[in-house]
Design a protein around this ligand. Sequence first.
Ligand code: SAM
Length: 266
Amino acid sequence: MAVQVDDIGLLTIVQHVDLDVEEDEETIASVIVVVEDAEKQQHHHLRSIASALVIRQIPSQGISFQLWPAATSFLTLLDHNTSCTPLTPFLSKSQRILELGSGTGLVGIAAAATLGAYVTLTDLPHVLPNLQFNADANAHALAFNCGTVHVASLRWGEAEDMESVGREFDLLLASDVVYHDHLFDPLLQTVHFFLSGDNSPVFLMAHLKRWKKKDSVFFKKARKMFHVEMIHSDPPSPGSRVGVAFYLFTRKCGNGKLTSQTMPVP
Ligand SMILES: C[S@@+](CC[C@H](N)C(=O)[O-])C[C@H]1O[C@@H](n2cnc3c(N)ncnc32)[C@H](O)[C@@H]1O
């Protein structure tokens, strides 16, 4: 248990808890649980648009209301897009973008602001009010390149939600969405649905490699359904053993239909 004063002067009492512990590996997984019901507004300066994004986090409401490490790495690459990063070939042509598991919305809002894209931010229904709040709070930054954001409910694996969002996307984005094993199959089904769209979209996923075993289960499943390639990896941040990696998922040749071998079992 520790007491922290954050950048806007709020006093928070925090404790680090393990999300998951695996016997044979040193786990670096910890999240900050904020005991006090405090909101935090963080400012993220984007050099490319000479403007800051302001993101509200409400840590006491759970993981969907906090910013995860891969989101910050994604933001950095989005901000450097004009100077050519490993993501540039996929970002530069993308105008219609879907973000899965947006959480606070930082990545999707930054994509809309820096690329001048139309971005659909999605998450579970109870997360949407904070997502909409953050979308509205950044209208000034979105205006710079005429980007727009739209918020929608998208529960992974729910056919009705996927159909209602539609398939008209050039690019799917997500950060830190691989964490609970029961979500692997619904997430992969959702990626499969959207990668089967007519625009031949691709999926860019930023992921902090925390759990060797869990990650390998996820990527084994993913590689049965998609071509998966790691296109960039950040060096570990100070005090950490692992860094954020960026994966590109593309659909396999053929009709894009799931077979009995590739269909994730619910
Ligand atoms: C670890 S958080 C990452 C949030 C954000 N992408 C970031 O990097 O800061 C995972 C996100 O996935 C969302 N999520 C979890 N299960 C989901 C599901 N079944 N359908 C849709 N979203 C889900 C959570 O609500 C949460 O916002």
